[in-house]
Design a protein around this ligand. Structure first.
Ligand SMILES: [Zn+2]
Ligand SMILES: [Zn+2]
Length: 418
């Protein structure tokens, strides 16, 4: 292969040198703990989430409207969107440091899961295990008590995106997903498939706004010539290219980047298929509303167990990948491609809000190997993804058929060019 360097510079792949002033400025710009955004819903302080019209605590989400409905007087209402309430859509291009909303603050190891409330109505004590539920009924007066304060155990987020898809719609989506794959599905699975067992779960996420600058260094090739030579029976193709050192820099902002707040859901290990949750993104996080535990009545929820600090590398990774796609449009002249060898991101400012996002989840444990399969439905958009147990003999048979077919084509091709 002929290679010709189009740029005689020495490689400087650890980035351009900084002047003393630049070093100082960079040190100054190190993110510090920024101001916090207070998101506690003050109107719900006493643990009783009352209907604003009649005062009843028999309140739940009406899936078809995304509103809260009072089961006593049928009044419907909703909490304010956090986007406007806390100004979360604004000022991304001027963010400084790390701004953390109160519901996304660090989880304390000794924060208890089990909370005891004093019922305001009758004085009885009501216990709520926040690991599984965020409301409980008083056994004596039947009032519903809700967890509204943000205990530092990750159970109460800043905002909640209410379920919109009804259970019936979710069952339909799951049935459709499985029936498209029934040809290869395991016989046992087909027999035991009961989509009506789907569960509505609020999963914890962190939603991030950020301002960043990313830089990339690498080599790009522009082809100058291409020719073939005979070597015995073979024909060998050569090319000549100019090799350039390429660097790019881009400033950008991201609005509502969504990352998992629970480490179990972020797990990509083989025995779990949890990561499918990622494939039903995005959610319309702009429509998330202020916390009110009544949105969770009839659903389960999972606690957040990841902190902002531990998620910084995840944010940086995602920003680097967004930056790469931003600069890719300027690389057209390198017709043989660009290989990045080094990259770097500076996060000028970020803002973190914790959120519950609604998912309909159907799970199925495969007996033969213990693998837990999920089919997940985005309860806002209906996007459905998952994995189902596959019948191995059927899959092998299919592979064999396809393989034979491809070999047939290759044979014909060889004959034609011989
Ligand atoms: Zn009412
Ligand atoms: Zn009571």
């Amino acid at each position: 292969m002929a290679e010709e360097s189009g740029d005689p510079q020495q490689p400087t792949f650890d980035g351009p040198p900084l002047s003393l002033e630049e070093e100082l400025a960079a040190a100054k710009a190190e993110p510090e703990a920024g101001p916090s955004i207070e998101t506690v819903n003050e109107s719900l302080k006493d643990g009783l989430n009352r209907c604003p019209k009649c005062g009843s605590t028999d309140v739940k989400l009406r899936g078809s409207t995304g509103n809260l409905v009072c089961l006593f007087c049928r009044n419907e209402w909703h909490e304010a969107r956090v986007e406007e309430e806390f100004g979360l859509g604004e000022g991304i291009d001027t963010l400084e440091g790390t701004v953390i909303a109160s519901g996304a603050e660090e989880i304390l190891a000794d924060a208890a899961d089990v909370l005891t409330f004093k019922c305001e109505s009758c004085g009885a004590e009501v216990v709520v295990d926040t690991a599984h539920a965020l409301n409980a009924r008083c056994h004596w007066c039947r009032h519903t008590l809700n967890v509204n304060q943000q205990i530092p155990n990750g159970a109460v987020p800043d905002a909640v995106l209410p379920f919109k898809l009804t259970k019936d719609q979710a069952v339909e989506a799951i049935r459709g997903f499985a029936s498209k794959r029934r040809l290869f599905a395991h016989r046992q699975f087909k027999k035991e498939f009961v989509p009506e067992n789907v569960l509505g779960v609020y999963l914890p996420y962190l939603v991030i706004d950020a301002r960043a600058e990313s830089q990339y260094w690498g080599r790009g090739e522009v082809q100058t010539r291409r020719w073939t030579e005979k070597q015995g029976d073979n024909t060998v193709t050569y090319y000549a290219a100019d090799v350039y050192q390429v660097s790019r820099q881009v400033n950008f902002t991201v609005d509502d980047l969504t990352v998992e707040g629970a480490s179990e859901r972020a797990d990509f290990s083989g025995a779990k298929t949890n990561n499918i949750i990622n494939t039903i993104l995005p959610f319309d996080t702009k429509n998330a509303v202020k916390w009110n535990a009544n949105y969770l009545v009839g659903f389960t929820s999972e606690k957040r167990d990841r902190n902002v600090e531990g998620l910084q590398p995840v944010l940086e990774d995602q920003l680097l990948s967004i930056g790469r796609s931003q600069v890719s449009g300027s690389l057209g002249k390198f017709d043989r491609g660009v290989r990045w060898e080094q990259e770097k991101v500076d996060v000028g400012g970020s803002r973190w809000v914790s959120m519950y996002l609604p998912v309909w989840l159907y799970s199925y444990q495969q007996e033969s190997n213990g693998i837990l399969h999920y089919i997940a439905v985005n309860a806002r958009t209906g996007e459905t993804m998952g994995s189902i147990p596959v019948s191995q003999p059927k899959l092998l048979l299919a592979a064999f058929t396809v393989g034979t077919f491809l070999e047939g084509i290759a044979g014909a091709f060889l004959v034609a060019t011989a």
